[in-house]
Design a binder for this molecule. Structure first.
Ligand code: AHR
Length: 663
């Protein structure tokens, strides 16, 4: 019996040893060469791409709640309804003063006689309703003109049933036949996702109205007429290195008249000329006839936003070409001066002395200090010799006047093919500072192309991965989803960007924002309704990169090989010379939990405890949503080190950021 017992113990020990050695055989050993920095990580490496698409600005980031506040939409009363039994023909007339005001020609003339409250009114539907919060103050303002002062206006916030959830009144005070601004603030007593706003007119008289506006008081930094704080906060939380704005195809316009012209987006908001948003009618599957650009968010506001959240501003300007997916109009080379001048003037607007024309405007708008612009893009997804001819003119003029400003030029809409090859060649031939590459491809493409930059030239032009997003279906398909499969594919691919930080100096996911009821393009990084905003799994990936970038890239190797897809592992590593940490990023693109060991070479000492912040889901179809915004979001676990070895288990389909303090 005793012998049998000993035999069992022996058997148990043998099996344990053989299991351990099997585990050891299957456990890969990855080596991080923490004392061999290969490249600096650009401090601006991970940024954001902003475009007014999917109601990203009007109806989104721009907190204005009134749609068509200045009656300039093609249908002047779009978004508005007249209301009340007392209305007669001619009580509401849209006037056009084009001869005296080309930028904001229309206004609404209201004429009433002995109107009682509740008999003659107008009602605004907002951008797919208005998000209204209980207890919050709402700031109403308008421009008005009247000859006599006999009218009172009753202002009402409404819930989706049309019931009043906040009200006040305003008596336009001045009656001298000139335009004046008047404002009043009032509170809501209920929360509503799809509310509305109504004005009743009481008394007898005539009044002209324009710029009828309603903002919540809780804007970003409490700026009157500002941005939605929850949306900006999601950006600020990412600590982005830059903000690219205003796009995107919106820079190019459907045709040249519809291109983005920054000079028309600065100065008093009532003088900023509205244009149709080019995404309004772009897709049959998502027509958005009520989508315009009011430019309440203009270049000043974008520069200010960048400054607020510690990001570099990266404006992209039109190069004299309209969108080549639309009209492909080009400006004759002999007429390009106006466009080049716009670029030169933008540098003056951003950085110029307050005594210069454009520097003074910046100062008058409230920012005497320069915005410290360092980079400027010319052209978005433009291609062909016609682009090369034009960008050379910009290059020469901008470099002559502002040699320190780095210029970003486009390599077209695709990351390969003859159009890409032509531009890559031509741009390198003029030693372009930065080449902007875009890829909207399948998750598989992202995984297969993780080594894209390993063999790029180390000399000359740097790369800006200016727009990318893995497409779950196909590009511009309305069925595209921000699921975990796309996000982990991007996370894996980005290890290749980080590993090549000497070549790739900036990267941004695109597009940034989408309204759940008013989008045209999916996938998008952040989704919003009128009250809430959430980050997709793709947002969480970008945020993990941006908040864990480190200062220097170091090798992380499997033997002598980079970890770039073999057995479903994708990895990169950096050290942070400021916090004295080693930071390993690794994807486990497989359905099983797997143990890995990292040997951290070249450190005197490694802290015995570190962390693994990871994103994971067994289900690659998993998404976040307004109802479940944190479904795929970072979790954290402690990881221990023995000597210079870190052993940890990577969850199935996970992206992990492992950090240890170095001695
Ligand atoms: O991000 C959406 C669009 O995709 C951008 O406007 C354009 O540059 C690209 O084609």
């Amino acid at each position: 019996m005793k012998y049998l017992y000993n035999y069992r113990i022996l058997f148990f020990i043998i099996s344990l040893l053989s299991f351990k050695s099997a585990l050891a055989q299957n456990t890969p050993l990855f080596t991080v060469k923490a004392n061999q920095p290969k490249a600096k990580v650009s401090p601006n490496m991970w940024g954001v791409f902003f475009e007014d698409i999917n109601m990203g600005a009007d109806g989104g980031l721009y907190a204005e709640m009134v749609k068509n506040r200045s009656f300039e939409f093609f249908e002047p009363l779009m978004g508005w309804k007249t209301e009340g039994k007392g209305i007669k023909e001619g009580d509401f007339l849209v006037h056009n003063r084009k001869a005296t005001n080309t930028n904001n020609p229309r206004y609404l003339r209201v004429k009433v006689i002995n109107a009682a409250k509740g008999t003659v009114g107008i009602n605004n539907e907002g951008f797919r309703g208005m998000g209204i919060k209980e207890g919050l103050q709402y700031d109403f303002s308008m421009l008005y003109k009247q000859e006599t002062s006999n009218l009172k206006m009753h202002l009402e916030l409404l819930n989706s049933k049309g019931e009043i959830i906040g009200e006040t009144e305003i008596k336009p005070a001045i009656a001298d036949g000139n335009w004046h601004k008047q404002a009043v603030s009032f509170k809501s007593n209920a929360t509503e996702l799809k509310g509305g706003f109504r004005i009743w007119f009481e008394g007898s008289g005539q009044i002209d109205l324009d710029m009828i506006s309603l903002f919540p008081e809780d804007t970003w930094m409490k700026r009157p007429g500002g941005m939605r704080a929850d949306m900006v906060q999601l950006l600020a939380d990412m600590k982005p290195g830059f903000i690219r704005f205003p796009g995107g195809c919106i820079v190019e316009g459907f045709d040249l008249s519809n291109r983005y012209q920054w000079k028309k987006t600065v100065g008093p908001i009532e003088e900023r000329q509205l244009i149709i948003n080019r995404w309004n009618t772009e897709f049959n599957h998502r027509q958005t006839p009520d989508y315009f650009q009011t430019f309440g968010l203009g270049f000043f506001e974008y520069f200010q936003l960048a400054e607020d959240i510690g990001a570099e501003a990266l404006p992209i300007l039109n190069c004299g070409m309209a969108c080549q997916f639309n009209t492909s109009e080009v400006v004759p080379l002999e007429d390009l001066d106006e466009y080049v001048q716009d670029a030169l003037d933008l540098v003056e607007f951003a950085n110029g002395d307050v005594n210069t024309k454009w520097g003074k405007l910046r100062s008058d708008m409230g920012h005497p200090k320069p915005f410290n612009l360092k980079k400027l893009g010319v052209g978005n997804e433009n291609w062909g010799p016609q682009y090369v001819e034009r960008l050379k003119v910009f290059n020469k003029a901008l470099k002559a006047k502002y040699p320190d400003i780095l210029l970003v030029f486009s390599s077209g809409a695709n990351p390969d093919g003859p159009k890409f090859d032509l531009l890559d060649r031509e741009l390198r031939a003029i030693n372009a500072d930065i080449i902007d590459e875009h890829y909207y491809r399948s998750p598989e493409w992202f995984l297969e192309n993780v080594s894209r930059y390993d063999n790029y030239s180390r000399q000359g032009s740097k790369i800006f991965a200016g727009e990318y997003a893995a497409q779950s279906e196909r590009i511009a398909s309305p069925n595209n989803k921000n699921n975990w499969k796309t996000a982990i594919a991007e996370a894996s691919f980005l290890t290749g960007l980080e590993r090549n930080a000497d070549v790739v100096i900036m990267a941004s996911y695109a597009p940034l924002f989408a309204h759940v009821d008013a989008w045209q393009w999916a996938p998008d990084m952040i989704w919003v309704d009128n009250l809430q905003a959430y980050g997709t799994p793709n947002y969480q990936v970008q945020k993990l990169y941006a908040t864990n970038k480190g200062t220097d890239v170091v090798p992380v190797l499997n033997g002598e090989q980079t970890i770039a897809g073999k057995d479903g592992y994708y990895a990169s590593a950096t050290i942070d010379k400021v916090t004295n940490e080693v930071i390993i990023k690794i994807s486990n693109y497989s359905a099983t939990a797997r143990e890995v060991v990292f040997k951290i070479d070249g450190v005197k000492k490694l802290a015995s405890k570190g962390s693994n912040t990871y994103l994971s889901s067994d289900n690659l179809d998993d998404v976040n949503s307004i109802q479940n915004p944190k479904n795929v979001s970072p979790k954290e676990k402690e990881v221990t080190a023995k000597g210079n070895q870190v052993k940890t288990i990577l969850a199935p389909y996970s992206f992990n950021v492992i950090k240890f303090k170095m001695g």
